[in-house]
Design a binder for this molecule. Sequence first.
Ligand SMILES: NC(=O)c1ccc[n+]([C@@H]2O[C@H](COP(=O)([O-])OP(=O)(O)OC[C@H]3O[C@@H](n4cnc5c(N)ncnc54)[C@H](O)[C@@H]3O)[C@@H](O)[C@H]2O)c1
Length: 364
Amino acid sequence: MNPSPSRAPLGIGVIGCGEIAQLMHLPILHELPDVRIAALCDLSAEVLDALGRRFHVAARYHDYADLLADPAVDAVVICTFDHGPVVKAAIAAGKHFIVEKPLAFTAEEARLLVEAAERSGLVALVGYMKIYDPGYRLGIDAIGRIGRPKMVQVHDFAGRFDRYQQLYDQVRGSDIDPGVLAAGRKAADDAVAAMLGKSHAAYAELYMTLLMLGSHDLAVLRGAFGPVERVDYAQAVGKTHLLAVLGLPGGVPALLEVAFGALYEWWDEWMTVYGEADEVRIDFQNPYVRNAAASVRVKEQAGEGASERHLPGTPDTAFRRQWQHFLACIDKGATPMTPLAGGLEDLILAERIIKALPARDNQP
Ligand SMILES: NC(=O)c1ccc[n+]([C@@H]2O[C@H](COP(=O)([O-])OP(=O)(O)OC[C@H]3O[C@@H](n4cnc5c(N)ncnc54)[C@H](O)[C@@H]3O)[C@@H](O)[C@H]2O)c1
């Protein structure tokens, strides 16, 4: 049951109507009570027209500045490739927002966004939806019961990305000037190259892997144990395959493995926490599958022997829980669970991990 807030439905503007907007944010916003999709923004007219018709949205913009100036828009979700300029403009326009991960391409850029968001008093979340996953929440409770961990392992090899595409209709525009996309990509590459410097220039792709795929894993690790204190070791196994040994609060070691490219038919992303007498493992779902939560396995002592329990998370979509939390922050003053400051911490850690690799100015 959703108690009705004493306000008109919140008008949401969707900026960047590509894959994640179409697969998750738009259908969820369409179904949620007490919100309405007030406006869409994308570079592609084909995409805008198709989605505008599908979701009955008349306000369609090519320029996010125009969407942000629309008084029917109370809040936005930012699903473009380059988030920083849009976040800055959303804050200046006084709109609450969810920004997809990563918050920015570098910590330097993110720091300014965090300061501006904190000054504004707006509700601002990074779209780390796994933090809201009911299975992850169950797993956090189970981890809290096993005492000080001996060791933590976070593993994300993902899986086949082509499989989910057959589950949903997706409109892709053929009318975007490739020069505009290339310029956006180059601006990001230049910012990353400047941050990495010549000594670590060869790891740009690995850094982006850590941002695009691994930032979720840095967030779930931080959500469970607090900020990582040390980077003890890092290895570039391949161009998009990273191994790192981290130090968590209390001197607990964590092994992090992140890689793109596995052709697994399953989604291979999990966190295992080894206690003195018990073990808890959280298996995350393919992020593109709706109504499926992470699941938890607990191995523990039972009398003279061992037992293994499987705790299925309540079926739900982590993205939907994220939207419900966003609304609770706006309507009831709930404390943001994924504030921008966390996105900044993850960018700082990503940079530290990459800079812990041996200097190399050509490809690994
Ligand atoms: N939370 C998750 O699990 C998850 C999963 C996938 C993607 N993402 C994030 O979502 C973002 C988008 O990813 P995607 O896979 O949907 O990409 P995509 O390329 O499919 O979509 C991006 C869309 O933004 C539009 N766009 C780009 N620049 C724009 C601008 N300046 N103004 C208006 N529209 C603009 C493009 O036309 C495109 O339609 C990325 O930051 C990505 O990291 C998050």
